[in-house]
Design a protein around this ligand. Structure first.
Ligand code: FPP
Ligand code: MG
Length: 346
Protein backbone atom coordinates (compact mmCIF):
# COMPACT_ATOMS: atom_id res chain seq x y z
CA UNK A 1 0.00 0.00 0.00
CA UNK A 2 1.40 3.42 -0.93
CA UNK A 3 1.50 6.23 1.60
CA UNK A 4 -1.30 7.99 -0.28
CA UNK A 5 -3.49 4.87 -0.26
CA UNK A 6 -2.86 4.37 3.45
CA UNK A 7 -3.86 8.00 4.16
CA UNK A 8 -7.01 7.61 2.09
CA UNK A 9 -7.92 4.40 3.86
CA UNK A 10 -7.34 5.98 7.30
CA UNK A 11 -9.48 8.97 6.32
CA UNK A 12 -12.25 6.66 5.14
CA UNK A 13 -12.14 4.70 8.38
CA UNK A 14 -12.28 7.93 10.38
CA UNK A 15 -15.29 9.19 8.37
CA UNK A 16 -17.07 5.88 8.85
CA UNK A 17 -16.42 5.94 12.60
CA UNK A 18 -17.72 9.54 12.80
CA UNK A 19 -20.84 8.62 10.85
CA UNK A 20 -21.48 5.61 13.08
CA UNK A 21 -21.08 7.79 16.17
CA UNK A 22 -23.65 10.30 14.97
CA UNK A 23 -25.99 7.50 13.91
CA UNK A 24 -26.07 5.68 17.23
CA UNK A 25 -29.64 4.83 18.12
CA UNK A 26 -29.27 6.78 21.38
CA UNK A 27 -28.67 9.91 19.33
CA UNK A 28 -31.77 9.30 17.25
CA UNK A 29 -33.89 8.89 20.35
CA UNK A 30 -32.67 11.89 22.33
CA UNK A 31 -35.77 14.02 21.65
CA UNK A 32 -38.25 11.24 22.40
CA UNK A 33 -36.44 9.36 25.19
CA UNK A 34 -38.93 10.43 27.90
CA UNK A 35 -41.86 9.16 25.84
CA UNK A 36 -39.98 5.96 25.01
CA UNK A 37 -39.50 5.35 28.73
CA UNK A 38 -43.28 5.52 29.10
CA UNK A 39 -43.59 2.92 26.34
CA UNK A 40 -41.26 0.66 28.36
CA UNK A 41 -43.60 1.06 31.35
CA UNK A 42 -46.55 0.24 29.09
CA UNK A 43 -44.84 -2.89 27.82
CA UNK A 44 -44.13 -4.03 31.38
CA UNK A 45 -47.91 -3.91 32.07
CA UNK A 46 -48.24 -6.93 29.76
CA UNK A 47 -46.51 -8.89 32.53
CA UNK A 48 -49.23 -7.99 35.07
CA UNK A 49 -51.42 -11.03 34.94
CA UNK A 50 -52.87 -13.44 37.47
CA UNK A 51 -51.82 -16.16 35.05
CA UNK A 52 -48.32 -17.15 36.14
CA UNK A 53 -47.25 -18.27 32.67
CA UNK A 54 -48.38 -15.05 30.96
CA UNK A 55 -46.67 -12.97 33.59
CA UNK A 56 -43.44 -15.00 33.47
CA UNK A 57 -43.09 -15.08 29.67
CA UNK A 58 -44.03 -11.43 29.18
CA UNK A 59 -41.50 -10.38 31.83
CA UNK A 60 -38.87 -12.36 29.91
CA UNK A 61 -39.97 -10.80 26.61
CA UNK A 62 -40.12 -7.17 27.63
CA UNK A 63 -36.80 -6.79 29.36
CA UNK A 64 -35.46 -3.76 27.53
CA UNK A 65 -33.37 -5.23 24.76
CA UNK A 66 -35.18 -4.48 21.49
CA UNK A 67 -34.33 -1.49 19.31
CA UNK A 68 -37.86 -0.05 19.64
CA UNK A 69 -37.75 1.22 16.07
CA UNK A 70 -41.47 1.01 15.30
CA UNK A 71 -42.63 2.98 18.38
CA UNK A 72 -39.98 5.61 17.72
CA UNK A 73 -41.11 6.04 14.13
CA UNK A 74 -44.72 6.40 15.23
CA UNK A 75 -43.78 9.08 17.75
CA UNK A 76 -41.48 10.99 15.42
CA UNK A 77 -44.09 11.01 12.65
CA UNK A 78 -46.78 12.31 15.01
CA UNK A 79 -44.44 14.98 16.37
CA UNK A 80 -43.36 15.97 12.88
CA UNK A 81 -46.95 17.11 12.40
CA UNK A 82 -46.96 18.91 15.75
CA UNK A 83 -48.96 16.33 17.73
CA UNK A 84 -49.22 17.38 21.38
CA UNK A 85 -51.50 14.72 22.90
CA UNK A 86 -50.82 11.48 24.79
CA UNK A 87 -52.28 8.78 22.57
CA UNK A 88 -48.94 8.21 20.86
CA UNK A 89 -47.64 6.42 23.99
CA UNK A 90 -50.35 3.74 23.92
CA UNK A 91 -50.23 3.39 20.13
CA UNK A 92 -46.43 3.07 20.22
CA UNK A 93 -46.69 0.46 22.96
CA UNK A 94 -49.13 -1.57 20.95
CA UNK A 95 -47.10 -1.57 17.70
CA UNK A 96 -44.07 -2.83 19.65
CA UNK A 97 -46.24 -5.52 21.27
CA UNK A 98 -47.57 -6.64 17.86
CA UNK A 99 -43.99 -6.78 16.61
CA UNK A 100 -42.99 -8.90 19.63
CA UNK A 101 -45.95 -11.25 19.10
CA UNK A 102 -44.97 -11.67 15.45
CA UNK A 103 -41.34 -12.45 16.38
CA UNK A 104 -42.19 -15.22 18.79
CA UNK A 105 -44.38 -16.85 16.14
CA UNK A 106 -41.66 -16.24 13.54
CA UNK A 107 -39.05 -17.98 15.69
CA UNK A 108 -41.16 -21.14 15.76
CA UNK A 109 -41.65 -21.01 11.98
CA UNK A 110 -37.95 -20.30 11.36
CA UNK A 111 -36.78 -22.80 13.95
CA UNK A 112 -34.71 -20.02 15.58
CA UNK A 113 -33.34 -20.98 18.96
CA UNK A 114 -31.84 -17.60 19.88
CA UNK A 115 -33.35 -14.11 19.77
CA UNK A 116 -31.79 -10.92 21.09
CA UNK A 117 -28.95 -12.93 22.57
CA UNK A 118 -31.27 -15.12 24.65
CA UNK A 119 -33.12 -18.39 24.19
CA UNK A 120 -36.18 -17.85 22.03
CA UNK A 121 -39.54 -18.26 23.78
CA UNK A 122 -40.38 -21.56 22.07
CA UNK A 123 -36.95 -22.94 22.94
CA UNK A 124 -37.64 -22.17 26.61
CA UNK A 125 -41.36 -22.89 26.91
CA UNK A 126 -42.09 -25.07 23.88
CA UNK A 127 -44.09 -24.24 20.72
CA UNK A 128 -47.60 -24.91 22.08
CA UNK A 129 -47.37 -22.37 24.88
CA UNK A 130 -45.53 -19.94 22.59
CA UNK A 131 -48.25 -19.98 19.92
CA UNK A 132 -50.87 -19.24 22.57
CA UNK A 133 -48.77 -16.55 24.24
CA UNK A 134 -48.22 -14.90 20.84
CA UNK A 135 -51.97 -14.98 20.17
CA UNK A 136 -52.64 -13.51 23.62
CA UNK A 137 -50.13 -10.73 23.15
CA UNK A 138 -51.42 -9.98 19.69
CA UNK A 139 -55.08 -9.75 20.62
CA UNK A 140 -54.31 -7.70 23.75
CA UNK A 141 -52.30 -5.28 21.59
CA UNK A 142 -55.07 -4.86 19.06
CA UNK A 143 -57.56 -4.26 21.86
CA UNK A 144 -55.48 -1.26 23.01
CA UNK A 145 -56.34 0.48 19.74
CA UNK A 146 -59.98 0.60 20.93
CA UNK A 147 -58.84 3.33 23.33
CA UNK A 148 -57.97 5.61 20.45
CA UNK A 149 -60.38 8.28 19.33
CA UNK A 150 -59.35 7.41 15.75
CA UNK A 151 -61.29 4.38 14.50
CA UNK A 152 -59.07 4.34 11.43
CA UNK A 153 -56.20 3.00 13.56
CA UNK A 154 -58.05 -0.30 14.15
CA UNK A 155 -58.44 -0.69 10.39
CA UNK A 156 -54.78 0.08 9.76
CA UNK A 157 -53.71 -2.51 12.35
CA UNK A 158 -56.01 -5.31 11.21
CA UNK A 159 -55.09 -4.78 7.53
CA UNK A 160 -51.41 -4.74 8.46
CA UNK A 161 -51.67 -7.91 10.55
CA UNK A 162 -53.30 -9.74 7.63
CA UNK A 163 -50.49 -8.54 5.35
CA UNK A 164 -47.81 -9.68 7.80
CA UNK A 165 -49.34 -13.14 8.04
CA UNK A 166 -49.65 -13.34 4.24
CA UNK A 167 -45.99 -12.35 3.81
CA UNK A 168 -44.83 -14.88 6.38
CA UNK A 169 -47.01 -17.59 4.78
CA UNK A 170 -45.62 -16.86 1.32
CA UNK A 171 -42.07 -16.90 2.61
CA UNK A 172 -42.57 -20.28 4.22
CA UNK A 173 -44.37 -21.67 1.18
CA UNK A 174 -41.59 -20.50 -1.15
CA UNK A 175 -38.70 -21.72 1.02
CA UNK A 176 -36.35 -23.92 -0.98
CA UNK A 177 -37.99 -22.82 -4.25
CA UNK A 178 -35.13 -21.84 -6.55
CA UNK A 179 -37.51 -20.05 -8.91
CA UNK A 180 -38.14 -17.30 -6.35
CA UNK A 181 -37.61 -14.06 -8.27
CA UNK A 182 -36.41 -10.75 -6.83
CA UNK A 183 -39.92 -9.40 -7.34
CA UNK A 184 -41.43 -12.22 -5.22
CA UNK A 185 -38.82 -11.59 -2.51
CA UNK A 186 -39.62 -7.86 -2.48
CA UNK A 187 -43.34 -8.63 -2.21
CA UNK A 188 -42.72 -10.97 0.75
CA UNK A 189 -40.60 -8.48 2.69
CA UNK A 190 -43.00 -5.67 1.92
CA UNK A 191 -45.80 -7.66 3.54
CA UNK A 192 -44.00 -9.30 6.45
CA UNK A 193 -41.86 -6.33 7.53
CA UNK A 194 -42.41 -3.06 5.68
CA UNK A 195 -46.17 -3.14 6.35
CA UNK A 196 -45.71 -2.63 10.12
CA UNK A 197 -43.12 0.12 9.57
CA UNK A 198 -45.54 1.81 7.22
CA UNK A 199 -48.48 1.37 9.61
CA UNK A 200 -46.47 2.84 12.49
CA UNK A 201 -45.66 5.95 10.45
CA UNK A 202 -49.24 6.20 9.18
CA UNK A 203 -50.65 5.98 12.72
CA UNK A 204 -48.26 8.77 13.74
CA UNK A 205 -49.68 10.74 10.82
CA UNK A 206 -53.29 10.02 11.82
CA UNK A 207 -52.60 11.21 15.37
CA UNK A 208 -51.00 14.36 13.97
CA UNK A 209 -54.14 15.06 11.84
CA UNK A 210 -52.25 14.52 8.60
CA UNK A 211 -53.89 15.63 5.37
CA UNK A 212 -54.51 12.82 2.83
CA UNK A 213 -51.33 13.89 1.01
CA UNK A 214 -49.25 13.91 4.20
CA UNK A 215 -50.66 10.53 5.23
CA UNK A 216 -49.58 9.12 1.87
CA UNK A 217 -46.06 10.41 2.46
CA UNK A 218 -45.98 8.76 5.90
CA UNK A 219 -47.10 5.44 4.41
CA UNK A 220 -44.49 5.70 1.65
CA UNK A 221 -41.72 6.75 4.02
CA UNK A 222 -42.41 3.84 6.39
CA UNK A 223 -42.66 1.34 3.57
CA UNK A 224 -39.33 2.30 2.02
CA UNK A 225 -37.63 2.38 5.41
CA UNK A 226 -39.05 -1.07 6.22
CA UNK A 227 -37.86 -2.49 2.88
CA UNK A 228 -34.39 -1.13 3.52
CA UNK A 229 -34.48 -2.53 7.08
CA UNK A 230 -35.38 -6.07 5.98
CA UNK A 231 -32.84 -6.14 3.13
CA UNK A 232 -30.13 -5.13 5.63
CA UNK A 233 -31.48 -7.77 8.02
CA UNK A 234 -31.03 -10.38 5.29
CA UNK A 235 -27.58 -9.00 4.48
CA UNK A 236 -26.54 -9.15 8.15
CA UNK A 237 -27.45 -12.84 8.04
CA UNK A 238 -24.30 -13.14 5.88
CA UNK A 239 -22.07 -10.37 7.15
CA UNK A 240 -23.14 -9.81 10.76
CA UNK A 241 -21.36 -10.57 13.99
CA UNK A 242 -23.39 -13.16 15.93
CA UNK A 243 -22.72 -11.61 19.34
CA UNK A 244 -23.74 -8.10 18.25
CA UNK A 245 -26.73 -9.41 16.31
CA UNK A 246 -27.93 -11.63 19.14
CA UNK A 247 -28.78 -14.41 16.68
CA UNK A 248 -26.74 -16.87 14.60
CA UNK A 249 -25.71 -15.92 11.08
CA UNK A 250 -26.42 -17.93 7.91
CA UNK A 251 -29.65 -19.09 9.48
CA UNK A 252 -31.73 -18.15 6.41
CA UNK A 253 -29.88 -20.46 4.04
CA UNK A 254 -29.78 -23.19 6.73
CA UNK A 255 -33.58 -23.12 6.75
CA UNK A 256 -33.86 -23.03 2.95
CA UNK A 257 -34.97 -19.39 2.95
CA UNK A 258 -33.94 -17.64 -0.22
CA UNK A 259 -33.04 -14.01 0.31
CA UNK A 260 -31.64 -11.38 -2.06
CA UNK A 261 -27.93 -12.41 -2.02
CA UNK A 262 -28.95 -15.96 -2.98
CA UNK A 263 -31.44 -14.82 -5.64
CA UNK A 264 -28.66 -12.69 -7.14
CA UNK A 265 -26.22 -15.61 -7.04
CA UNK A 266 -28.71 -18.02 -8.64
CA UNK A 267 -29.29 -15.56 -11.48
CA UNK A 268 -25.80 -14.22 -12.05
CA UNK A 269 -23.08 -16.61 -10.91
CA UNK A 270 -21.52 -19.42 -12.92
CA UNK A 271 -22.93 -22.92 -13.11
CA UNK A 272 -20.56 -24.42 -10.50
CA UNK A 273 -21.39 -21.86 -7.80
CA UNK A 274 -25.11 -22.02 -8.60
CA UNK A 275 -24.93 -25.78 -8.11
CA UNK A 276 -23.08 -25.40 -4.78
CA UNK A 277 -25.61 -22.90 -3.46
CA UNK A 278 -28.47 -25.20 -4.51
CA UNK A 279 -26.85 -28.02 -2.54
CA UNK A 280 -26.36 -25.81 0.52
CA UNK A 281 -30.03 -24.80 0.44
CA UNK A 282 -31.01 -28.46 0.79
CA UNK A 283 -28.50 -29.13 3.57
CA UNK A 284 -29.61 -28.54 7.17
CA UNK A 285 -27.07 -27.63 9.86
CA UNK A 286 -24.31 -26.35 7.61
CA UNK A 287 -20.75 -27.29 8.52
CA UNK A 288 -18.18 -24.55 9.24
CA UNK A 289 -16.42 -25.01 5.87
CA UNK A 290 -19.75 -24.94 3.98
CA UNK A 291 -20.51 -21.64 5.68
CA UNK A 292 -17.12 -20.26 4.68
CA UNK A 293 -17.67 -21.40 1.12
CA UNK A 294 -21.07 -19.68 0.89
CA UNK A 295 -19.61 -16.46 2.25
CA UNK A 296 -16.79 -16.59 -0.28
CA UNK A 297 -19.29 -17.12 -3.13
CA UNK A 298 -21.59 -14.21 -2.23
CA UNK A 299 -18.66 -11.90 -1.54
CA UNK A 300 -16.82 -12.60 -4.77
CA UNK A 301 -19.78 -12.58 -7.16
CA UNK A 302 -20.98 -9.15 -6.00
CA UNK A 303 -24.22 -10.43 -4.39
CA UNK A 304 -23.53 -8.64 -1.11
CA UNK A 305 -22.74 -5.36 -2.85
CA UNK A 306 -25.85 -5.71 -4.99
CA UNK A 307 -27.98 -6.34 -1.89
CA UNK A 308 -26.55 -3.34 -0.04
CA UNK A 309 -27.21 -1.12 -3.08
CA UNK A 310 -30.86 -2.25 -3.10
CA UNK A 311 -31.23 -1.34 0.57
CA UNK A 312 -29.56 1.99 -0.15
CA UNK A 313 -32.07 2.68 -2.93
CA UNK A 314 -35.05 2.15 -0.58
CA UNK A 315 -33.38 4.21 2.13
CA UNK A 316 -32.85 7.03 -0.36
CA UNK A 317 -36.50 6.91 -1.42
CA UNK A 318 -37.58 7.09 2.23
CA UNK A 319 -35.43 10.22 2.67
CA UNK A 320 -36.83 11.83 -0.47
CA UNK A 321 -40.35 11.23 0.82
CA UNK A 322 -39.81 12.64 4.30
CA UNK A 323 -37.98 15.61 2.77
CA UNK A 324 -41.40 16.70 1.43
CA UNK A 325 -42.21 17.95 4.94
CA UNK A 326 -40.92 21.32 6.16
CA UNK A 327 -37.57 21.23 7.96
CA UNK A 328 -37.75 20.47 11.70
CA UNK A 329 -35.71 18.54 14.30
CA UNK A 330 -38.08 15.58 13.94
CA UNK A 331 -37.72 15.58 10.17
CA UNK A 332 -33.94 15.62 10.58
CA UNK A 333 -34.14 12.67 12.98
CA UNK A 334 -36.28 10.70 10.53
CA UNK A 335 -33.75 11.37 7.77
CA UNK A 336 -30.97 10.15 10.10
CA UNK A 337 -33.11 7.09 10.81
CA UNK A 338 -32.91 6.18 7.11
CA UNK A 339 -29.10 6.36 7.32
CA UNK A 340 -29.00 4.43 10.59
CA UNK A 341 -30.98 1.55 9.05
CA UNK A 342 -28.17 1.15 6.50
CA UNK A 343 -25.27 1.33 8.93
CA UNK A 344 -26.76 -0.70 11.78
CA UNK A 345 -24.88 -3.76 12.99
CA UNK A 346 -27.78 -5.30 14.91
C1 FPP B 1 -39.03 -11.65 11.06
O1 FPP B 1 -38.42 -11.88 9.83
C2 FPP B 1 -40.53 -11.75 10.98
C3 FPP B 1 -41.39 -10.77 10.67
C4 FPP B 1 -40.90 -9.43 10.36
C5 FPP B 1 -42.86 -10.94 10.57
C6 FPP B 1 -43.44 -12.16 11.24
C7 FPP B 1 -44.91 -12.25 11.03
C8 FPP B 1 -45.68 -13.29 11.43
C9 FPP B 1 -45.14 -14.46 12.18
C10 FPP B 1 -47.13 -13.28 11.15
C11 FPP B 1 -47.91 -13.26 12.45
C12 FPP B 1 -48.19 -11.88 12.79
C13 FPP B 1 -48.82 -11.42 13.89
C14 FPP B 1 -49.30 -10.04 13.82
C15 FPP B 1 -49.04 -12.19 15.14
P1 FPP B 1 -37.07 -12.69 9.71
O2 FPP B 1 -37.33 -14.11 10.06
O3 FPP B 1 -36.50 -12.43 8.37
O4 FPP B 1 -36.15 -11.98 10.78
P2 FPP B 1 -35.32 -12.60 12.00
O5 FPP B 1 -34.00 -12.99 11.41
O6 FPP B 1 -35.17 -11.47 12.98
O7 FPP B 1 -36.08 -13.75 12.54
MG1 MG C 1 -36.97 -15.30 11.64
Amino acid sequence: MTHEQAMRSAAKEYMHAQMKKSLSIKNLYKNIQKDLNKVEEGLKLFSHSSNKLISEINTYLFQKVGKRIRPSLLMLCSKLLGYQGNEHILMSTLVEAIHTASLIHDDIIDNSKVRRGKESVHEKWGPNITVLLGDYLYIKSISLSLHSQHRQIIHILTDTSAKMIEGELNEYYMSGNLDLAEEDYLDIINKKTASLFSASCQIGGVLGQASKREEKFMIEFGKNLGMSFQIIDDLLDFTGDEKTLGKPILSDISEGRITLPIIYTLHNDGRANRKRVTEFLKEKNLEKNSKEEILEIVKSNGALDYTYKKAEGFSLRSKETIAQFPKSIHRDTLILFSDYILTRRK
